[in-house]
Each structure stands twice: as structure tokens, then as C-alpha cells.
Design a protein around this ligand. Structure first.
Ligand code: PSU
Ligand code: MN
Length: 334
């Protein structure tokens, strides 16, 4: 029998590795399971700021070709603001961090035929060597694995309306409770239950900072009527918050909610009536589970004559600029 001391030290080092993975951000470029692009890998090893980007917003959140155009523009904005973009997706079963243009376009064209991949779907998509568009939860998971502390998206998932009965609560919220990545978003859409989403984030121990305001934004509109206790007024404020969260090893994520720029915010009443109608249709058609968010997004866009899509694109670009500045400020702190 192998000496018990060597097996216990092997298992304790395995445990240590696991705890490193969940508690710290560290580059694992040698991790054979994940393919990190050369550009992202070089940036990470030299301490250059990197911003993670998700791919469900491309495949399921917007139609082609606007999704491809937006994905390219968002990457360009991240670069203009001094960081390297790392779009994350699973291609032929391989989790990829940093996509080239062909890979981005392939994902954009495949659209909804790509598996929407939240944390619970990762193993399945990898095992069956399929294509997966990562949601906020799975993008956070891979960002943390390779050591990217800042992740930009449009909106996160939340507690669905009537979630107290259906238990439909996005795994984005539990991921924020367990993975130390800062997510930059325009808040949560009012297709969701915003007050309950904030309650759930509090339960999960997630620090929610609102950018230049005390009010949590509602994605298409600047205001939700819900206050948050943490206000951040600059990229440097955000970086200090993320750095404190990291140095204390709190282990959870941070949500930075950036209101949509005023000039792009959609008419609140137009959006609200479209949302009500889309919600009714979703109930009539029995659209539930992970199909609900893409269905509602597409219907709201149709019902508003594309106004919601234009707002969506504008806010993602704004988030990309803010997120890149935060990652630059964070790199200067560390
Ligand atoms: N909200 C958007 N656009 C999106 C999503 C949410 O405005 O594309 C996507 C994100 O990838 C998010 C996911 O992580 O939907 C949440 O899905 P669900 O509600 O099934 O957890
Ligand atoms: Mn759900």
C-alpha cells in the first residue's frame, strides 16, 4: 500500500488546488481543458488588463448580423480603452477564452442553434463536443479559471416574475455568490422581478455597486425604483471595490450596475407595455426555463419596432468602455 502520508499529501494538495481555483484568480494557461488565445494568454501573464465577454448575448440575445457587428464593436471599444477582449464560448466541446473573427462570426451565424450554456450545461456540452454559448454564470466560471477579474455584459439574469412560485432564478445570481469576478452590466431587465433579484443577491453576499447613482438601473431605462447601498463614481472606485473583495478573499463576485446613457434609454412606457405583452405570450405559449429570456428579448424587440435592440446595443457598448477602464484601473492597483 502506498504510504498514507504520501496519499494524504496528494489529496491535501488536490484540495489546495481546488480551493485556489475557487478562491483566487490565477492564470491556468497550461490547463489542457481550456484553450486561451495567444493574445489573451500573453496579456494575462504580463499583467495587462483583460476583459471577459460572454457569448449568449451574441448567439441568443440578438439577431444576425447585428450580433456579429456588435460583438466586433464591443471588442474594439475594449481595445480603445486599453484592455484586451476575451470573448468566451465552447467550440466543438473546447472552452475557448479569446475568439478570432471567424469563430465570432460562426457563433453569430449559428445563433440559437448553439446550446445556451449556463454552469449546469458546461460538462454536457464539453462531453458531447458541441458548441456552447456561455451565459453570465458559465462565462464567470471560465474567467475565474484563467484569471480574468473583470467581465462585461449587457444584462444579467435574475429572479423571474412569479419566481417565488416557479423557482426560476437565474444561476447568474448563485454564480455571483460563489465566483470572484466583477460583472459590469446595465442592471436587470424589467422582464424580471428586480426587487426580488436584489434580495437574492444580498442573500448570496454579492456587493452591488451602482455607477454614479444610488438607484439600480433597469437595463433599457436608467431607473428601477430600487436603491442600492453602494455607489461608485469612477473606474478607480470600482477597482478599489474589486481589489478589496479580492484581498479579503470573500470569494463572491461583485456586480457593477451602469445605467444606460440617457440619450439611448428607451421610452419606459413603450418598453413596459411590450414586456407585459411578451410575458402574456410566453405564458400562453408555455415558454419556460432557459428559453424564456431569449423569447422575451426577441418579442420585446419586435414589439418595439427594434427600439429595444438599438438600446441594447448602445448599453453594451457603454458597459464595454466602463468595464475596460475598470480593468485598467485594477491593473494599476495590483
Ligand atoms: N439578458 C439580456 N441579454 C442576454 C441575457 C440576459 O439582456 O443575452 C442572457 C445572459 O447570457 C444571461 C442569460 O446570463 O441570458 C440568463 O439566462 P437565464 O435567465 O436562463 O438564466
Ligand atoms: Mn432560468
Amino acid at each position: 500500500m502506498a504510504s498514507s502520508s504520501s496519499s494524504s499529501s496528494a489529496s491535501s494538495s488536490a484540495l489546495k488546488r481546488l480551493s485556489n481555483l475557487s478562491n483566487h484568480l490565477r492564470p491556468t494557461n497550461s490547463n489542457a481543458l481550456v484553450k486561451v488565445s495567444a493574445e489573451v494568454s500573453e496579456a494575462l501573464s504580463s499583467g495587462h488588463p483583460v476583459v471577459a465577454l460572454e457569448s449568449t448575448i451574441i448567439a441568443h440575445g440578438m439577431p444576425y448580423p447585428q450580433n456579429f457587428e456588435t460583438a466586433k464593436e464591443v471588442e474594439a471599444i475594449v481595445r480603445e480603452n486599453g484592455a484586451v477582449p476575451a470573448t468566451i464560448a465552447i467550440l466543438d466541446g473546447i472552452p475557448c477564452v479569446g475568439l478570432n473573427l471567424e469563430q465570432l462570426e460562426r457563433l453569430a451565424q449559428l445563433g440559437k442553434s448553439v446550446q445556451k450554456t449556463a454552469r449546469r450545461d458546461i460538462a454536457h456540452v464539453v462531453a458531447t463536443k458541441r458548441n456552447g454559448a456561455t451565459t453570465v454564470s458559465s462565462t464567470m466560471f471560465f474567467a475565474a479559471m484563467v484569471g480574468i477579474p473583470v467581465f462585461v455584459t449587457g444584462g444579467i439574469g435574475g429572479v423571474h416574475r412569479h419566481g417565488e412560485h416557479t423557482m426560476d432564478i437565474s444561476s447568474d445570481l448563485t454564480e455571483l455568490g460563489r465566483t470572484p469576478v466583477a460583472v459590469i452590466s446595465a442592471g436587470v431587465k424589467s422582464i424580471l422581478d428586480i426587487p426580488r433579484t436584489l434580495e437574492y443577491l444580498e442573500t448570496q453576499g454579492v456587493c452591488v455597486g451602482a455607477y454614479k447613482t444610488y438607484e439600480f438601473p433597469a437595463f433599457f431605462t436608467e431607473r428601477s425604483g430600487c436603491k442600492v447601498p453602494c455607489r461608485v463614481d469612477s473606474p478607480e472606485d470600482c477597482a478599489r471595490l474589486i481589489d478589496a473583495n479580492r484581498k479579503l478573499h470573500l470569494g463572491n463576485g461583485v456586480l457593477i450596475a451602469v445605467p444606460i446613457p440617457k440619450e439611448h434609454s428607451a421610452s419606459g412606457s413603450l418598453i413596459e407595455s411590450a414586456i407585459q405583452r411578451a410575458l402574456t405570450e410566453a405564458r400562453e405559449k408555455n415558454v419556460t426555463g432557459n428559453a424564456e429570456t431569449p423569447f422575451l428579448l426577441a418579442r420585446v424587440s419586435e414589439l418595439t419596432g427594434g427600439a429595444s435592440l438599438a438600446s441594447n446595443i448602445a448599453l453594451v457598448k457603454n458597459n464595454a468602455a466602463v468595464g475596460a477602464k475598470i480593468s485598467v484601473a485594477l491593473a494599476q492597483l495590483t
